[in-house]
Design a binder for this molecule. Structure first.
Ligand code: SPQ
Length: 428
């Protein structure tokens, strides 16, 4: 346990930071670099615990991955060169690693066992196991394969036509990755679009893939071609500083090189709706992903309604949006976000407990929460629930709290943002 005591902050936040590389894109850069033939150079890789799990898994299958700070060099002879791991895969806290790897492992010709930490062991895996079994995957595990540990005996897969029953980029990605290895054609349709980094990277690495509307079709291709990947800054990490700049009077922060993929920028639309002062500068594209600098300054905020199609585009930002809502005049309602219940922790409960402890007026609902603002926040002892996004939200809340805030354990922050407190202190 690594407790953190945060004293009340009476100043303003000012300056420029560059948040670390995008977690979703970093995982995928390692996956596709390892499956491709040739040398893939990855720059601005997220050196967080979760992405290291993905690196380690491919090293266990014989891929040569060299690290130099946030740069990676991945050297692979392609899919057919991967070898059976002598040891089980430990995926720690990482849902993305687990679900995407299950898609790949199902179609590789060897036996594997995967397990994770206490939180990951509670997260539902049937959402990927069900479509993978339809493709012919031989998967076993706790609760009939719904929970880790899970074993896979790789087999010949066949393409399927699958409509996603959950709003999940991880499920979509697992099926597309299995489709890459499966006989014939695999079609995946989603009712509400989720992040599309897998599709973008499959295209960049030369896969046979087409997207039309909400449907993606992939055809078996054993040979992908290595290509370099520059990882944009993670908008999910930037979100904590967007919120801090918006709620601390007098603040003005510039966040450089943040990923602005439309499937991830729901938070920007919510900030605008709430009346925040945000501007995007220097927009450009790197490795097929749009990026830009975001300037945020303090402004008076008002409540809003967040529901429907925008939810997958800001799902990981809901904890910090809830904090924003405590500082907005009026009521903020968040609906259709039942997926929050199966993240690293039940984020609906974790957010409402944390913010209630600090004196906010927040009510959980089955699929979201209702927050009445504006309320001053007190100090108190809060629980991170071993969830990086809850811990960072608590740290930003402490900046506007009237007395000391103690977070029970901040070690989980290294999952996605190892330098979080260094960046925060540089703005104080
Ligand atoms: O990897 P993990 O633990 O699932 O990470 C989280 C996060 O907050 O960092 C969710 F807990 O992000 C997911 C995200 O919620 C990352 C992700 C991806 O890279 O594909 C997709 C989303 O999950 P899902 O289940 O909606 O597909």
């Amino acid at each position: 346990m690594s407790e953190k005591v945060l004293m009340p902050f009476n100043g303003t936040l000012a300056g420029t930071i560059e948040v670390p590389g995008d977690k979703s894109i970093s995982h995928r850069a390692v996956i596709f670099g390892s499956l491709a033939n040739g040398v893939t150079n990855v720059t601005n890789f997220l050196d967080g615990e979760d992405c290291k799990r993905t690196v380690h898994a491919f090293r266990q299958m014989g891929v040569n991955i060299r690290e130099n700070g946030t740069d990676l060099v991945i050297e692979s002879d392609g899919i057919t060169s991967l070898t059976e791991s002598k040891q089980p895969f430990y995926f720690g806290n990482s849902g993305t690693t687990t679900r995407l790897m299950l898609g790949i492992l199902s179609g590789l010709p060897f036996f594997t066992v995967s397990y994770g930490d206490a939180s990951l062991s509670k997260r539902p895996m049937d959402r990927v196991v069900t479509p993978l079994r339809k493709m012919g995957a031989m998967i076993d595990g706790r609760s009939d394969g719904s929970l880790l540990p899970i074993s896979v005996r790789g087999s010949t897969l066949k393409g399927i036509d699958y409509t996603l029953p959950v709003k999940s980029a991880q499920v979509k990605s697992a099926v597309l990755l299995a489709g890459l290895l499966a006989e014939g054609q695999t079609t995946v349709t989603e009712t509400i679009p989720t992040r599309d980094h897998t599709e973008n990277m499959l295209k960049a690495f030369g896969a046979d893939i087409q997207t039309a509307g909400n449907t993606t079709i992939i055809t078996n291709k054993q040979r992908l071609t290595a290509t370099d990947v520059q990882v944009p800054g993670d908008i999910s990490s930037a979100a904590f500083f967007l919120a801090a700049g918006a709620i601390i009077p007098g603040s003005s922060i510039l966040l450089k090189n943040v990923g602005l993929n439309k499937s991830r920028t729901g938070i920007m639309e919510v900030l605008e709706d709430m009346g925040a002062d945000i501007q995007i500068e220097n927009e450009k594209a790197i490795s097929g992903e749009p990026i830009g600098d975001i300037r945020v300054s303090y402004a008076k905020l008002k409540g809003t309604v967040i529901q429907g199609d925008i939810i997958p585009r800001l799902i990981d930002e809901i904890p910090i949006i809830a904090l924003l809502a405590t500082q907005a005049e009026g009521i903020t309602t968040i609906k259709d976000a039942e997926e929050l219940r199966v993240k690293e922790t039940d984020r609906i409960n974790a957010v409402t407990e944390l913010l209630s402890t600090l004196g906010a007026d927040i009510t959980p609902t089955g699929d979201g929460m209702i927050i009445k603002g504006k309320t001053p926040l007190n100090g108190g002892k809060i629980a991170s629930c071993d969830d990086h996004r809850i811990a960072m939200m608590g740290a930003i809340a402490s900046l506007i709290s009237e007395s000391e805030v103690i977070i029970d354990d901040i070690s989980c922050i290294s999952i996605s943002y190892p330098g979080f407190f260094t960046d925060l202190e540089s703005l104080m």
